[in-house]
Design a protein around this ligand. Sequence first.
Ligand code: GLN
Length: 477
Amino acid sequence: MASSIAQLAQDLRARKTSAVELAQAALARARARADLNAFITLDEAGALATAQRAEGRFANGSLAGIPFAHKDIFCTHGVRTTCASRMLENFVPPYDAGVVEHLRDVYAVSIGKTNMDEFAMGSSSENSHFGAVKNPWDVTRVPGGSSGGSAAAVAAGIVPFATGTDSGGSVRQPAAFCGITGLKPTYGRVSRFGMIAYASSLDCAGVLARSAQDCMYVLSAMAGHDPRDATSVARALDNYNAELSTTLQGIKIGIAREYFGAGVEPGVAAAVRAALAQYEKLGATLVDVSLPNAHLAIPAYYVIAPAEASSNLARYDGVRYGHRCADPQSLEDLYTRSRGEGFGAEVKRRILVGTYALSAGYYDAYYLRAQRARRVIANDFDEAFKQVDLIAGPTTPTVAFKLGEKTADPLAMYAADVNTVAVNLAGLPAISIPAGFSENLPVGLQLIAPAFAESRLLAAAHQFQSATDWHTREPRA
Ligand code: GLN
């Protein structure tokens, strides 16, 4: 079985292995599983250099010497950062993202950059300039998206954890599809500095790992105030480690009936209900709750996210950095051909939708209404959290779908996020944990908490994982 972060840290301390050895082994596994297409760039030289610096700094529970991978959306100084786009195919950032700095400060060893949907737009990691990522449980299926490379790399045992970003589900949904644990913190808890912008009011850095305990170690290192990100919150971190052992006695879990709607496969619902029964056994009380505006989440998200994307992606103009067309004939020609060649189909679709929603004639009809929907969705959560400590339901309505199954139907693809996007609209923290199987594929249980209650989420996930073994299941190599 793949080792936990705690186990690896212990082995390092006991000198059973070295950081260089761990990095080399992770790189070898990444190469051996090239069929998954989980990585865009492997950084052997950088990994070995960091590993050498990590030697002698090991401590229990620390990330020093632990190999991992960054989603290729985080700017890494001197290491190509593509966001899976032709636009940034040769972009080498001159600086590090805040998250990258934080993890390097504790001597965690990045072995490379993971594949994803272009500019984090997608739910299957098929929208990549570098080709689709495969699900380690069944290579004919998608790993979810947009952080699909990170999820596949963790699920296949290549690295114990990987960073991701979640604007509408991109950490939780691939975690669910790949049978691992995925944490999306509260908006503002983790720096967005140097994280390539998709939809700035929704974008949130997160972590994909095998267990809640491993997520806890990574969050503790990743999170914190960053003055370079104006939405980053100046609030002390909780002691996530100390609070992990909080039991479920007296915890009220709200079962959101809307999350078990018509599109939810019976096998998924059954696995999630069984997991919730386990929660009851562990001392939690299950309470029915309602989120009456849940049906507005997908339409509101798919107006707001493209609107923000259309604005954020205006910076790729072929002038300062990124793809530039050959022989531009005029400034207009430079803009249109550079963008036309650099962006893929889904990115273009979102730029068109977003520009339309923000245009003078349609702003009130679309953007403003979507913002109102966002408010009532957030209010639903506020109301529900007056009665319960956590809200639970299936992370995704289905198990991992087949490669190519939804690529011709954008709306079907968008529906994969029906249970995740509301959380981003409300800025809340949430976690997806392995809850069982349906059709031999992993099923994820999503737990949602009030803002900044990451420790409550992590503890509730950890208590479940201490009593069950779903999170230890691994796909056959
Ligand atoms: N699948 C959603 C989208 O395509 C969410 C993506 C994300 O969280 N980055 O926008």
